[in-house]
Design a protein around this ligand. Sequence first.
Ligand code: OOG
Ligand code: MG
Length: 257
Amino acid sequence: MTGWSIAEAARVLLAAEDAGTARGPITEEWPGLDVRTAYAVQDEALRLRLARGEKLIGLKLGLTSKAKQERMGVDRPVMAWLTDAMVLPAADPLPKLIHPRAEPEIVFVLGARLAGPGVTAATAMAAVDRVYGGIEVIDSRYADFRFAAPDTIADNASSSVFRVGSVGVAPAGLDLTLEACLLEADGAIVDSATGAAVLGHPGEALALAANALAERGLALEEGWIVLTGGLTDAVPISSGARIAAHFTSLGSITLAG
Ligand code: OOG
Ligand code: MG
């Protein structure tokens, strides 16, 4: 296809998500899609989501752990928008998706606005009201999850739905570098990590987001949910699968495929 534009890429990727169909990487057809342009595609897709009634509720980071970067072959963290339509309440079944994968994440809810530049992990953590465990379900709109960094950024970093646990803890009561997570699939422990897997401390991911948003004239807002990125490699969710993430202090989160 010729005639790619920010608006066209946003429309195509949102349509693929709505239809549940995968496609090839856009960068193969539009080599001009660089990281900066890809964030503009993401922002345009957010505009379309808001226009259809979704509400902006926060932000996700991705590719913040070595496990995730090595699996995806992309060595830089990415950010993407979260809307209320992506929240998967505890009682709800998983919607029909293309090729969902589950990953355990440490989740922050902000008690104050957080604006860069110059935010450190310590100042970032001072803006956190509560810490939760969560499971993010990623579902790339690219066949076989094959993409370059600009592709996945344009695709809202493979967002689909996420579930946040019911145990919220004040950050002062936690050592997030040591907060451990066991990832269980169909009764077997398939992976494990501690919070240190995310850039040494998940507060580093929050600081990175605040500083990167500042370059685009944006900030993290009070009340926002922030997913700090998969602690481990993501596990494919086959039909009927039972996935659970068990955290030391943040409870357990379960999901049925
Ligand atoms: C990109 C999104 C990664 C995470 O937590 O690392 C992500 C992908 O792997 O498809 O959400
Ligand atoms: Mg994730």
